[in-house]
Design a protein around this ligand. Structure first.
Ligand SMILES: Nc1nc2c(ncn2[C@@H]2O[C@H](COP(=O)(O)OP(=O)(O)OP(=O)(O)O)[C@@H](O)[C@H]2O)c(=O)[nH]1
Ligand SMILES: [Mg+2]
Length: 514
């Protein structure tokens, strides 16, 4: 029987005890007065054969001990790697879909938290719907007052520029006058919701900022904002949870219908009162004609909910997953979100996702987050090839994405960071091309190529690839996905591939650090 037999399933404490026994038996360290040494010492009358057997057993025991040491060391390193959060930064211009992508991550991988938060998006969706209605009413007022409008892509703000009337007047009726008057009430509702949600709920209009990537020059400058959607929603969440728990301290989990603060219910009731009028307004053919004349395309704009008014304008409305993904609330500063994934390949792993505000004036705040990221997802919407930035009407949105991508690729601090490009809003691109909008009218370099989805995405993809190739300080792989991130199913598939490649990068970096 060899003196030391190691069990391969041994733990650290047992291993330490056995090591000290083996150490005590080693002649060089032996203390002959030590009781343990005496207990395990070789018999004084040991024969040469017995000694040979004992020494062979000791050699074998040492080999096993070393293997256990190695295994324990690897386990410790593995634990350390596991503990280090995976860090992912989302970049791109405003309205590119960064927050929508973040929500998809949460929906796919942190479902418990997602389910808890879903109800708190209600106010944002109410606001989005009310805005849609108010834009229509504003245009209706202008049209009825005979102010033709030049629509300049600036979303909700309308710019009334008197122009010669080219078409006969629309035939408005009593109904339109009544709708205008009754729905005027929603201006107050919009103001109220905006005040409650804070400045994230206000869209940016015309804040000229010449530089596409001010972080190039800024260096260390940091805004760790707490005013983004989490901040805005948490206000409701805390309050709603408190309200529910006060009424029944035993209640758990809190049901969404009981989480409703009074004022939110009041908003739902007000909308419910106007529901039929909203539907009349939306379905009215004269209003439809007015929208065509004014090139007013609500469906291309963020937070488009008016076709769902029947479902949403209600006291009892509860958002669906799709509603939450489509809800629009601007991100301010840089927001950090910590998720412990409860689904996917990295269950139990902490992920930190950083979502940034994308307007030109917000981009200087990005730089401090460039260090120490496992990967960056860069969102470039390809549908607005013929649109201008909301914050600077001189700048084409696609051109702005090219410039921004170039700055990110050429940034030395990011030269070893994995970049993953999402060419987003493919659904809106498809719709635009189907309407006959020609790319070459806005992008002369597109030339005589076919004006279809496949050719267009290939062309844009190639352009981004060339930029990465020319401007990356060190050559890097080009990871690209064609996405419509409001489609949660296809996005979950994309995120599966992304999760795997980010994880590989994370483990590679952890190996360098450990
Ligand atoms: N149709 C369509 N809408 C999208 C897509 N991606 C995002 N959106 C919508 O576009 C709007 C803007 O998306 P956000 O995710 O808020 O944009 P962002 O990049 O976070 O914008 P900032 O916070 O201002 O920087 C939201 O209403 C989204 O639901 C897409 O692929 N297709
Ligand atoms: Mg955002």
């Amino acid at each position: 029987m060899p003196p030391f037999q190691f069990d391969p399933c041994i733990n650290k404490v047992q291993k330490a005890e056995l090591d000290s026994a083996r150490w005590a038996a080693t002649p060089a360290y032996r203390d002959d007065n030590d009781p343990l040494t005496q207990a395990i010492a070789p018999p004084p009358n040991e024969t040469p054969e017995q000694r040979q057997l004992r020494e062979a057993a000791e050699t074998e025991a040492k080999k096993i001990s070393d293997e256990i040491d190695l295994r324990l060391r690897r386990e410790t390193e593995g634990e350390k790697k596991k503990k280090r959060p995976v860090k992912l930064l989302l970049l791109g211009q405003s309205e590119s879909g960064k927050t929508a992508t973040l929500k998809n991550f949460q929906l796919t991988y942190a479902r418990k938290e997602w389910a808890e938060e879903r109800a708190s998006w209600r106010s944002v969706i109410f606001l989005n719907l009310v805005r849609n209605v108010n834009v229509l009413v504003e245009h209706l007022g202008a049209e009825m007052s005979d102010f033709p409008v030049v629509n300049d892509d600036s979303h909700e703000s309308i710019h009334i520029i008197p122009a010669p009337r080219a078409l006969p007047r629309l035939k408005f009726t009593e109904l339109h006058t009544r709708l205008r008057t009754s729905l005027a009430d929603l201006t107050r509702v919009q103001k109220d919701l905006e005040a409650r949600l804070g400045s994230a709920s206000l869209e940016v209009h015309r804040t000229t900022f010449d530089d596409a990537a001010p972080f190039d020059r800024v260096g260390e400058f940091s805004i760790h904002s707490s005013n983004g959607w989490k901040g805005a929603l948490n206000k409701f969440r805390d309050r709603t949870l408190r309200t529910a728990n006060q009424s029944d301290p035993e209640s758990s989990p809190v049901s969404p219908s009981r989480m409703t603060p009074n004022w939110e219910e009041e908003t739902g009731s007000t909308l419910e009162k106007h529901r039929e009028d909203i539907k009349l307004l939306w379905e009215d053919p004269i209003i439809g004609e007015m929208m065509v004349r004014r090139k007013l395309r609500l469906e291309d704009q963020p937070g488009y909910f008016i076709p769902d008014a029947d479902r949403i304008a209600s006291r009892f409305y509860q958002p669906t997953d799709d509603d939450v993904i489509r809800a629009r609330l601007r991100t301010l500063g840089v927001q950090e979100y910590k998720f412990i994934f409860d689904h996917g390949k990295t269950v139990g792993q902490e992920w930190r996702l950083y979502d940034v505000g994308g307007t030109r004036s917000s981009r200087h705040a990005w730089y401090p987050y460039f260090d120490d990221m496992d990967a960056i997802i860069f969102l470039a919407p390809i549908s607005p090839f013929d649109e201008k930035l909301a914050e600077d009407k001189r700048v084409n949105r696609l051109e702005d994405s090219y410039l921004l991508w170039r700055s990110v690729c050429s940034c030395k601090l990011l030269s070893r960071t994995q970049l993953i490009l999402f060419l987003n809003k493919c659904d809106l691109l498809q719709a635009k091309l189907s309407r006959g909008v020609r790319i070459r009218d806005s992008v002369p370099s597109y030339g005589d190529r076919k004006n279809d989805q496949a050719t267009a995405t290939r062309y844009f993809q190639q352009h981004f690839k060339e930029i990465a190739r020319h401007h990356s300080p060190v050559q890097r792989p080009f990871y690209v996905h064609l996405t419509s991130v409001i489609d949660t199913r296809s996005t979950a598939v994309t995120l599966g591939a992304v999760e795997e490649s980010i994880l590989r990068e994370h483990l590679r970096r952890a190996d360098l650090i450990c």
